[in-house]
Design a protein around this ligand. Structure first.
Ligand code: ADP
Length: 256
């Protein structure tokens, strides 16, 4: 099935040109705003395989490159996702790259600059990436601010695209296009989101994402009453604090 993506600005053009010029791309932005969907869409557009790695604080260079494994009595080398991606001329998507361990950054530098080389721990082998290969990384600057940052020396290797929650009319289109919900209901969801995003006083760890709105829209499309759908997909996922939940639910009642 073809991946559906509603472009928001000139991200498609920038990505296409970056790929053609063999430049890596960094997608910055909060969770659930369409970064992964965009990469899936672009991989299809460019007809390249997509290999995704969800990075966490234990993700190491060996996880990406590969390692020796003991199988039976033998030691066999197993390629990791970065090695497979280089060999296939794929798009390697490192989701939440700032979470990964420091040695991942060390590995990325020669792979993302003019050298386009990946160093394998196997007989000191060096792979040179084919022209179609591309590194894409995502990074959420607001997430746990201060704890995990990308160093300027890493950031300045990437063409960067800022993602954010789309403008209201586009977000309505995303909801209707993605779920088949009618535009009137989708507008109500988006106007609820706009109110929540504008209220700093709610002190949410992260504000409402397009992903949550899509979930709400799906349940409404499936026939759940809006108030019930919104409580389960918007209010409860956003907070465990009762007064905050009440404030969010009051806003739902206002919009529906
Ligand atoms: P991220 O990678 O930024 O955390 P995702 O790409 O997983 O977020 O987006 C979450 C969901 O939001 C997607 O599954 C999709 O339903 C929807 N979405 C967000 N933006 C768009 C868009 N521009 N076009 C189509 N769907 C979108």
């Amino acid at each position: 099935m073809k991946t559906w993506y509603r472009p928001v600005a000139d991200e498609v053009l920038v990505f296409e040109r970056a790929h053609a010029q063999r430049l890596p791309v960094l997608l910055k932005g909060p969770t659930g705003c369409g970064k992964s969907r965009f990469v899936e869409f672009m991989a299809e557009q460019l007809k390249r395989p997509l290999i995704t790695v969800a990075c966490n604080d234990e993700t190491s260079a060996a996880d990406l490159v590969g390692r020796w494994l003991v199988r039976g009595g033998d030691t066999v080398w197993q390629d990791g996702p970065a090695t497979r991606a280089v060999k296939q001329g794929a798009i390697l998507y490192l989701d939440e790259v700032a979470e990964a361990r420091e040695d991942v950054v060390v590995l990325l530098h020669p792979l993302t600059d003019h050298r386009r080389q990946l160093f394998l721990d196997r007989n000191d082998e060096v792979l040179t990436a084919p022209p179609e290969f591309m590194v894409v990384a995502s990074f959420n600057p607001g997430y746990r601010r201060g704890l995990k940052e990308l160093k300027p020396s890493t950031r300045q290797r990437f063409v960067s695209l800022q993602f954010s929650y789309p403008p209201e009319d586009v977000e309505v289109e995303v909801l209707t296009g993605e779920t088949g919900l009618d535009a009137k209901q989708a507008k109500r969801l988006v106007s609820w989101a706009a109110k929540v995003r504008a209220q700093d006083s709610l002190a949410l760890a992260e504000t409402v994402s397009t992903r949550l709105l899509v979930m709400a829209a799906r349940l409404m499309r499936a026939g759940l009453p809006p108030r019930v759908a919104c409580a389960a997909t918007l209010v409860q996922p956003l907070t465990d604090d009762e007064p905050t939940a009440k404030a969010l639910q009051d806003l739902v009642d206002l919009c529906f």
